[in-house]
Design a protein around this ligand. Sequence first.
Ligand code: PEP
Length: 197
Amino acid sequence: MIYVANWKMNGDKGLCESYKRHLMNVIVCPPYPLIHHFQNSALTVGAQNCSQYYKGSYTGEVSAEMLKDSGCSYVIVGHSERRAFETEAVVLEKARRVIEAGMTPIICSAELMDIDLDPKSYMIAYEPVWAIGTGKTPKPSEIFLMVNAFKMRTECETVLYGGSVNSKNADSLRDACDGFLIGGASLDVMEMQNIIR
Ligand code: PEP
């Protein structure tokens, strides 16, 4: 089971220290300026986004290469909170930059999509928009159906579920997917421990 913690625009040095002290087997995705706190730690680090470009005059953007150099192994791309700014083509372009830099993209999508990449080179996170941050989740059987539909469509072997996962519903959702992308609940270390347990 894979656990990805998406801190979004939250967290601080204290939360980084707490993660390092109390958690294992989590892919932690803090905001860019906090990534360095995880250098030389046992935790795997991911970023929440990257540029579709290699380098250049793109003020405020961060390239996949830079994230790799900062110690990241994963990058979330296409999160629904960013989809307003980017098309599916841009999301796939970002995924390509991530793979070229030697990392694994976690491609978020609420809908089935075609992905013209080597299915072994990425993970998918099925995230119904209405379930993100709302406390509502689909039924486990519905998640199971979508996860398998993603697998059939793309041949990707690892499909996570994301949307209001917490310590109360984790057990019922666990068997429906290969892992969780956890937003709000990931800001509480004890809650994360309980989800993983
Ligand atoms: C997310 O940010 O991808 C997410 C699933 O958030 P939450 O767990 O808060 O619904």
